[in-house]
Design a protein around this ligand. Structure first.
Ligand code: PLP
Length: 386
């Protein structure tokens, strides 16, 4: 099945009869007809109904749909993207272990390492996202996890994931990847050597800014550890949210194409503006690691950044406050356009941020791109350059 057909068919019993969408069961308790059935529940096949926390039919339908998209063995669904990330780390790390974490990682993932993993005696070393196969030089006997996020949060460096995975596996570590930006439609982590593909479904899979959810899809070898940690940490999702996620999934292909087109149109237009110092969009040559994007990805989503020339802070605020179509708020991947002023220097320890002016992260929504460009043009006109 091609990917767009999979998006329509996945998680549905029959395309020819019954309701189009799978039924939604709200459940905690599940009844067993006999003592033998109750006591034999551990031997049931995967995705059997035993207790609400372990999933209901719609959870299983969604997990199967995501596993199919990722080309993975199985998928666990989490109450947020961050919960998927933290559970995956806990699944493969124990006291005394060492974690290699990319320096351009999503800020809350960094804080989990610095504030929580340290409490359990797990040490994190941050590495330059451009390191590639040279991460081998940072591996120690106790390095158990190498974490990649490509492109990087805020600064969009694209990593050489296959080279990093080879170096990690050579030293006996597993590779976890935050693949939220590309979604499994534009990059398939497991095909590039990653053991656990992590997605904040809150973004593009949900697609409508009304859902919190995360997924972890693993290889067959990595599944038992991930599943054990998710079981023991009690992480689960509500059936209503799974329903929303499945609905988002049906239109993911067409939405992403449009986010891609509009994001590229905005990025190319912005690159020609005198107030813009550089554009950080993985599909443009000006982005560090663009060659890996061109080699490994089949598309670009709608999130990118621009680095402005130095300008007065009050004029930047006037620009952002006055935009009509770009909202300011956290998260991204919904149908609406967003813009945020962010400071990459705040969250870096292995590399230095050298932007001369402020950085703006932009999410291209599904509005008409001409309206978006007109809005940005008016906004940029308010900047007073230094
Ligand atoms: C790259 C990336 N990963 C993970 C997350 C966390 O997702 P959630 O907000 O669902 O916890 C975010 C949220 O902004 C993100 O941008």
């Amino acid at each position: 099945m091609k990917k767009d057909t999979h998006l329509v068919r996945a998680g549905r019993r029959s395309p020819k009869e019954g309701t189009v969408n799978p039924p939604l069961h709200r459940a905690s308790t599940v009844l067993f007809p006999s003592v033998a059935a109750l006591e034999g529940r551990g031997q049931l096949p995967p995705h059997s109904l035993t207790y609400g926390r372990y999933g209901t039919p719609i959870t299983f339908a969604l997990a199967e749909a995501i596993s199919g998209l990722e080309g993975g063995h199985d998928t666990w669904l989490f109450p947020s993207g961050l919960a998927a990330i933290t559970c995956a780390c806990l699944a493969f790390l124990k006291s005394g272990d060492h974690l290699l974490m990319v320096d351009s990682v999503y800020g809350p993932t960094r804080r989990f390492c610095d504030k929580e993993l340290t409490r359990f005696g797990i040490e994190t070393t941050y590495y330059d996202p451009m390191l590639g196969a040279d991460v081998a030089g940072l591996m120690r006997p106790e390095t158990k996890v190498v974490f990649v996020e490509s492109p990087g949060s805020i600064t969009f460096e694209v990593q050489d994931v296959p080279a990093i995975a080879q170096a990690a596996h050579g030293a006996g570590a597993v590779v976890l990847m935050d693949n939220t930006w590309a979604t499994p439609l534009f990059f398939k982590p497991l095909e590039h050597g990653v053991d656990v593909a992590l997605t904040a479904m809150t973004k593009y899979l949900g697609g409508h800014s009304d859902l919190m959810m995360g997924s972890a899809t693993t290889s067959e070898a990595a599944w038992p550890a991930l599943k054990r940690a998710a079981f023991h940490l009690g992480l689960c999702t509500s059936p209503d949210d799974c329903y929303l996620a499945l609905r988002g999934l049906r239109t993911l292909g067409v939405r992403l194409e449009r986010h891609q087109q509009s994001g590229l149109a905005l990025a190319r237009w912005l690159a020609g503006q005198p107030q813009v110092e550089r554009v950080l969009h993985p599909a443009l040559a000006s982005c560090p690691g663009h060659e890996f994007w061109a080699r490994d990805f089949s598309g670009a989503s709608g999130l990118f950044a621009v680095v402005l020339e130095p300008c007065r802070r009050d004029s930047l605020e006037a620009m952002l406050d006055g935009l009509e179509h770009f909202g300011m708020g956290y998260s991204w991947g919904g149908y609406e356009s967003l813009i945020l002023p962010l400071d990459p220097a705040r969250d870096r320890t292995a590399t230095q941020w050298d932007g001369p002016g402020p950085l703006l992260r932009i999410h291209a929504g599904l509005e008409d791109v001409a309206d978006l460009i007109a809005d940005l043009e008016e906004g940029l006109g308010k900047l007073v350059m230094e």
